[in-house]
Design a protein around this ligand. Sequence first.
Ligand code: URA
Length: 187
Amino acid sequence: MRVSWDSLHEAIGACDLCPLCREIHHKVPGQGNPDARLMLIGEGPGCEEDRSGLAFVGPAGQLLTKMLQSIGLSREEVYICNIVKCRPPRNRVPEPEEAAACLPYLRMQVALVRPRIILLLGATAGRYTLGENFRVTRDRGRFVQKSGIWFMPTYHPSALLRDETGQKKREAWQDLKQVRDKLTELG
Ligand code: URA
């Protein structure tokens, strides 16, 4: 049976598979173009996302919008979501059990969107899609193909906001250019 967006959003709305849903204001399923060629995966909602129910609308999200614009993409063209759909308290990293409980929703999102490329934002997104040995500083910037999808790991925009030397920003720009070129190559 092929899952529908309606049934997916209903399931996320009703989900109580982990304790994260107990302290939130809104679930944050993700949003954007359901036919996007590029999908972005972050870690989990922050304060403003929890308040609005929308992924990446706070400071990291504003930077993400600019990063996309730098390669000629608008937010409306891509699909954006997170590993976990509920805000972890004090923005801590999701526990493995929390990520595991939420991953089936992400898999459904990937199956529905069927993107050509997935941009992985940060260590948590990398770990739960490419494997637990993933290290963002070591593994970013190289495409990995898995189940017919190209994955590009890069830094999380929050890390770029904290980047004082500008080194990470320069590396993230290289990663984004690779995504832009791959999208062109794939046609
Ligand atoms: N950080 C994330 O990983 N996701 C969001 O939606 C916002 C901030």
